[in-house]
Design a protein around this ligand. Structure first.
Ligand SMILES: Cc1cc2nc3c(=O)[nH]c(=O)nc-3n(C[C@H](O)[C@H](O)[C@H](O)COP(=O)(O)O)c2cc1C
Length: 188
C-alpha cells in the first residue's frame, strides 16, 4: 500500500512522530512517502496514495498554515480516500484542567478551517523542547506549564505504544479497502 505522511512542525517533534509512523508502516511492507508541509513537491497528489496521514502541531491554538493550505487545496481528493489526522499538542498530555476540551477544540477548528473530515483522528501528546528556546521563551513556557517540569532540559509526552496501535488500525482499515478495490481517486 502507498502511504503519504504529511507533517507540519516547528520544533521537530511532529517530524519525529512522522518518522516513527513511517518506520512502523515501512516495516509492515508499505511504501511510505514523508512530506514536510513547508517544502512540498508541487505535484504531490493524495490520490496517488492508498492512505494519507496528516500530522500537525498546535501553536497558539492553531495548526501550521502550510498544512491548512495543503488540506484545503486537496480536500476533495482527501475526502474520497482513507485518511487520518494527528493533532500534536501539549493539551493532549492532559496536564491542566480544561485540556480535554482544548484538544477537541483544536481539531474542531482544523476541520472548520479546512472543510475536511478525516477518517480517523488521534490526539498525540507532544514534547516540551525547552532547550530549543531562548531564556525568555523558556521562562514563559515554564509559566504556562506552572513549573511542572525542569526547564533546563526537554520532556517528551508522546505515548509511542498507543500511537503505534493507532497507525496499525488506520493501515489495516485502508489495506482492507485497497484489497476490496476501493479508492476511486485518479492519480493526478
Ligand atoms: C510557542 C508555542 C506555543 C504552543 N501553543 C500550544 C497551544 O496553544 N496548545 C497546546 O496544546 N500546545 C501548545 N504548544 C505545545 C506544542 O504543541 C508541542 O510542544 C508540540 O510537541 C510541538 O510540536 P513541534 O515540535 O512539531 O513543533 C506550544 C508550544 C510552543 C513552543
Amino acid at each position: 500500500m502507498r502511504v503519504l505522511i504529511l507533517f507540519g512542525t516547528n520544533e521537530g517533534h511532529t517530524h519525529k512522530i512522522a518518522r516513527f509512523l513511517s518506520d512502523r508502516l515501512s516495516g509492515q511492507g508499505h511504501e511510505v512517502t514523508m512530506a514536510d508541509a513547508r517544502d512540498l513537491p508541487v505535484d504531490l497528489s493524495p490520490a496517488c496514495h492508498d492512505l494519507v496521514i496528516v500530522a500537525a502541531r498546535v501553536h497558539a491554538g492553531a495548526s501550521p498554515r502550510a498544512v491548512l493550505g495543503f488540506v484545503r487545496r486537496r480536500r476533495e481528493a482527501l475526502q474520497r480516500m482513507p485518511t487520518a489526522f494527528i493533532s500534536v499538542s501539549m493539551a493532549a498530555a492532559r496536564h491542566r484542567p480544561g485540556d480535554a476540551e482544548r484538544e477537541a477544540q483544536y481539531v474542531d477548528q482544523f476541520i472548520a478551517k479546512t472543510g475536511w473530515m478525516p477518517g480517523h483522528i488521534y490526539h498525540a501528546a507532544g514534547a516540551r523542547l525547552y532547550t530549543k528556546h531562548n531564556a525568555l521563551t523558556r521562562w514563559i513556557l515554564g509559566l504556562v506549564d506552572r513549573h511542572r517540569d525542569d526547564t533546563s532540559c526537554d520532556h517528551e509526552f508522546t505515548d509511542w505504544e498507543k500511537l503505534a496501535a493507532f497507525a496499525d488500525e488506520v493501515a489495516d482499515a485502508a489495506n482492507q479497502l485497497a484489497q476490496e478495490g476501493g479508492g476511486d481517486g485518479e492519480c493526478a
